[in-house]
Design a protein around this ligand. Structure first.
Ligand code: HEC
Ligand code: HEC
Length: 680
């Protein structure tokens, strides 16, 4: 008895103590899960289906999945290959200003990169007409780049951007449409694709006047694109949806047009045995029909392309973030600070929280909590569009020039519905993977997550025009209620907690780095996708080359700078840069230190990494600060260029530290300088 009581006291004390600790440290994982469950009416509403088959898909009227659009692995794989294969950007028309040299140089992947959260990673997102993919800096960070090609003369005159000039007048997708048929608000008729294409405005360069959003989580939205163009019924003033597609199919169709593929891609794909096989695998019914009719067009066409693309887009999700693991019951998955951030996220602003969940819910945190996924969304559609007082993307200045309308603004949802009450409303975006994002909001005006959180915390609109449109969201300016000060009133520490939750708890490394054990797949084609000799011998037998897309082209982009960025080739710049010896010192014990200045004396930039290859020394000479040896056993040093480029007139200095065994009187060698990021 005594013993029993003796044990009981400390147990009570423990319970009391842990309660006190919980109050000081925030909720326990179990308490937090219960709290979130109550806030959203069931934690299952936040969980990502484990299997692609259970992701939202278009349904037949009876409620079963429409077999035409059903997710299958064969469609997903084909869709992924199509997304990243530059072979499709074949609609370059010189008669409309297209430069033949940019044909088949870009893909969907040019503007939606795995390493950049499914966004472009650059503010001005370029596809055809752009060069480069990205470079890795000395600390191993990937920095996306895609710059306009030097030979786009008409772009150089623009006052907007100094230096390398930019962009033809390619505005938003709806502008393309308007250009073809007149203002959609004024009795529109359906344009034929030809009309859309032959506006002449699509051909010099592919860039869109909005920040490219993440493709992650598109499956969960009933409208896509920032104004909700995709998935909008055809009958809407700005609708263009003749087949009454749901959002993902709709976007996949619209973008074929916007990105220089429609009408021209099929012929390119039909030529390739690898794609013929992939289409057969994905569309057996159509394959049988095509065989019976002897007409390949029945198998490989814009519609089968869009169906495969839509399956790939729908399956672009992350499943293994600390947040997902926390939701599924793993108590230690999020740090205590991230849990505090999550608590703020799911607590209403008038209860001392940040109230983010009221707009960012669902498995991808990109919509209202009870918003149904695909069709029949009805009353929730408009609830996903908000005016947060943001200014225009810088490229919209080109729209002003093209339209000769100084007052032109990108006013988001209004462009689609034609309603003034929708002016400046934009669609709520996913919050997954943001740590790798480089630009945020439709205008790209923020460059890190903490600044976005601060923007919500202050509740002060950045743009007078958007703020004065009469549609500004009170949930942004006065989330704590009228009569309360603007914004959320979070402390700096709370802003940090919320940022930690967003950046780290919602981040899944397996989206970027291939992890065969993760249920999250890389967005970019990975080893399993592209090592045909090992994983797809059937494609290898048809000529697919390991590491390349099924067309044989490099992934995403096929221009010289991109190929160097991806380590596929090198440029010998020995005669482009000037290598000047600065000093040479014996530093004892057979060691010699040679210092060089490397200057770019030409008018063009030198890009990526510089590889200094030491020629004519044998194996007995070591380059102590080298990066390895080339295939022909020559030591080399990798030089990381600041900003991934050595501009005309710019110099960098490096030292080569040699050691030779046995000690020899003097060392003579030649230097070759290569530009490129791979291993020479
Ligand atoms: C030139 C850069 C560029 C290229 C190439 C590009 N996109 Fe995009 N993408 C964007 C931009 C910018 C937007 C936002 C446009 C808007 O809201 O009007 C967007 C929007 C999207 C969205 C909607 C995301 C959302 O949350 O609403 C999807 C899905 C998408 N793109 C898929 C694709 C596919 C598929 C392709 C290839 C056919 C493609 N993109 C090619 C830049 C690009
Ligand atoms: C009133 C609805 C609403 C609330 C509340 C809200 N958001 Fe958003 N959020 C949006 C909309 C709409 C966008 C896209 C706006 C745009 O680009 O024009 C967005 C965009 C974002 C983005 C940028 C994503 C990207 O890829 O560019 C982040 C980050 C973000 N929100 C975080 C938060 C956080 C954190 C909170 C809580 C403090 C919050 N949001 C509260 C509606 C909301």
């Amino acid at each position: 008895m005594k013993l029993w009581q003796g044990q009981r006291v400390p147990a009570l004390l423990m319970a009391f103590l842990s309660c006190g600790i919980a109050a000081a440290q925030g909720d326990s994982p179990v308490q937090l899960r219960r709290f979130i469950d109550e806030q959203v009416g069931g934690i299952s509403k936040l969980r990502v289906p484990d299997n692609d088959a259970d992701l939202p898909q278009p349904k037949l009227p009876g409620g079963s999945v429409d077999p035409k659009f059903q997710n299958t692995e064969a469609k997903r794989y084909l869709g992924k290959m199509l997304f990243f294969d530059p072979v499709r950007t074949a609609r370059i028309l010189p008669e409309f200003g297209g430069l033949p040299g940019v044909r088949q140089t870009a893909s969907c992947g040019s503007c939606h990169m795995g390493e950049a959260a499914g966004k472009a990673g650059t503010l001005l997102n370029f596809a055809v007409g752009g060069e480069g993919r990205g470079y890795t800096d000395e600390s191993g960070n990937f920095i996306a780049r895609r710059r306009p090609r030097a030979e786009l003369p008409k772009l150089r005159a623009l006052p907007l951007f100094p230096g390398d000039a930019l962009v033809d007048e390619l505005p938003t997708l709806t502008d393309v449409y308007e250009q073809a048929v007149g203002s959609p608000a004024r009795g529109r008729k359906l344009p034929s694709p030809g009309q859309l294409l032959r506006t002449g405005r699509l051909d010099a360069l592919d860039s869109v006047g909005r920040n490219s959003p993440s493709v992650i989580g598109a499956a969960f939205n009933n409208r896509l694109l920032l104004g909700g163009f995709a998935g909008e019924p055809d009958s809407a003033p700005g609708g263009l949806n003749p087949f009454d597609f749901t959002a993902v199919e709709s976007v996949a169709l619209l973008l074929l047009d916007a990105h220089r593929m429609l009408d021209f891609q099929s012929a390119e794909l039909q030529r390739l045995p690898t794609y013929r096989k992939l289409f057969r695998d994905a569309f057996p019914e159509e394959a049988a029909q095509a065989d019976a009719a002897g007409d390949l067009n029945m198998l490989i066409n814009d519609v089968t392309v869009l169906r495969a693309t839509a399956t790939f887009l729908r399956s672009a999700v992350t499943r293994n973030t600390p947040w997902d693991r926390f939701l599924s019951g793993e108590n230690g998955a999020m740090t205590e600070r991230q849990r505090r951030g999550a608590k703020l996220f799911f607590t209403a602003a008038n209860q001392g929280g940040a109230g983010c969940y009221s707009c960012h819910s669902g498995p991808m945190l990109n919509k209202q909590v009870n918003d149904p996924d695909v069709a029949g969304a009805g009353k929730f559609v408009e609830e996903n569009f908000h005016n947060l007082g943001l200014g225009d993307h810088p490229l919209q200045a080109l729209n002003i020039a093209a339209r000769k309308d100084a007052n032109f603004r990108d006013d988001g949802r209004r462009e689609i519905t034609g309603l003034d009450s929708d002016a400046f409303k934009f669609r709520t975006l996913t919050l997954r993977q943001l740590k790798d994002g480089k630009f945020f909001f439709h205008n790209g005006s923020f460059t890190n997550v903490r600044d976005v959180v601060n923007y919500f915390n202050r509740g002060i609109p950045q743009d007078a025009g958007a703020a004065g449109a009469g549609t500004l969201s009170a949930r942004f300016t006065n989330p704590r209620g009228s009569g309360m000060p603007a914004g959320l009133g979070l402390s700096e520490a709370q802003v940090d907690e919320l940022t930690d939750f967003l950046e780290n708890a919602l981040y899944d490394p397996a989206l970027v780095q291939y992890d065969p054990y993760s249920s999250t797949r890389t967005l970019e084609p990975n080893e399993q996708d592209l090592m045909y000799s090992k994983y797809r011998p059937d494609l290898a037998a048809l000529g697919a080359r390991d590491g390349r897309m099924p067309s044989g082209l490099p992934r995403s982009n096929d221009d010289a700078l991109s190929r160097r960025d991806m380590g596929l080739e090198f440029l010998d710049v020995t005669n482009v840069v000037t290598v000047t010896p600065v000093e040479s010192n014996r530093v004892g014990a057979g060691r010699q230190e040679d210092v060089y200045r490397i200057t770019n004396n030409t008018a063009a930039p030198v890009d990526t990494h510089l590889l200094l290859i030491v020629r004519g020394v044998g194996d007995q000479v070591q380059l102590e600060n080298g990066s390895g040896r080339t295939g022909s056993r020559e030591p080399y040093q990798r030089l990381f260029l600041p900003d991934g480029v050595l501009m005309p007139g710019q110099s960098i200095t490096t030292r080569l530290l040699f050691r030779q065994q046995p000690q020899l009187p003097s060392l003579s060698y030649g230097l070759t300088v290569l530009s490129g990021q791979g291993t020479p």
